[in-house]
Write a protein that binds this ligand. Structure first.
Ligand code: ATP
Ligand code: MG
Length: 199
């Protein structure tokens, strides 16, 4: 499974609908400072529910909505942002029944392409966040559980953020070993073993 394309709509600096295609193996994005490269990564984290607001470099969720006068902080602009991540699932990483389960409906259409969409909407005195899976309204936990079945988790290293590599280099060998255990799936058993000893 890999990301086919993402569609941003009033997300951060993307004030109009922008489709960004990705290649299967490797895609790089280049551009001048401040042109929105990192905002694209933030958009993926946002739509897939992989980060808290700080991970997306925003104080609050509504800061993610395109603001035409962003630099001076004046709030006039659209009142919602949308990001859709289209996952290519042609290799069958996720089965139809897994998608149906997560969506809570048989009506999920084609599962060769899995569409995860998130919307944040501002109202006068509040804001709302919505998730959709192939057009069906779902909860964050439905998305999280589905992605976990494909090996994509918030704690995982699917996304390596700026500073993460430095962090790993500066760790003690023991801490680094813990990451390897986590990735290899050994950590889970260490925890179970510790729990068993306690009993
Ligand atoms: P660098 O090469 O320096 O890492 P970058 O291409 O990664 O730059 P980003 O951090 O993605 O750049 O984009 C930063 C730009 O996004 C800034 O100009 C900032 O004003 C703009 N921006 C962030 N949030 C919003 C928003 N809500 N509305 C409009 N613009 C925004
Ligand atoms: Mg950047």
């Amino acid at each position: 499974m890999y990301i086919d394309e993402i569609v941003l709509d009033n997300f951060k600096s993307f004030g109009r609908t922008t489709r960004i295609p990705f290649y299967q193996d490797f895609t790089t994005i280049s551009g001048p400072n401040g042109s929105g490269k990192s905002n694209i990564i933030d958009a993926i984290l946002f739509a897939l529910g992989l980060a808290r607001t700080r991970g997306m470099r925003a104080e609050k969720l509504t800061d993610l909505i395109y603001n035409p006068s962003h630099e001076d902080g004046d709030g006039a602009g659209p009142d919602e942002a949308n990001v859709e991540v289209i996952l290519n699932n042609e290799d069958g990483t996720l089965s139809r029944s897994q998608v149906v389960n997560a969506a809570g409906s048989e009506d999920v259409g084609d599962v060769d392409r899995i569409r995860v969409k998130r919307r944040v909407k501002r109202t006068e005195d509040n804001y709302y966040s919505y998730y959709y899976l192939n057009g069906r309204s779902v909860n964050l936990s439905d998305i999280t559980d589905l992605l976990a079945q494909a090996g994509v988790t918030p704690e995982g290293y699917n996304v390596v953020m700026q500073g993460d590599v430095t962090g790993i280099i500066q760790m003690t060998p023991h801490e680094r070993r813990e990451i390897v255990d986590e990735i290899a799936g050994v950590a889970e058993f260490d925890q179970k073993k510790a729990d068993a000893f306690e009993e």
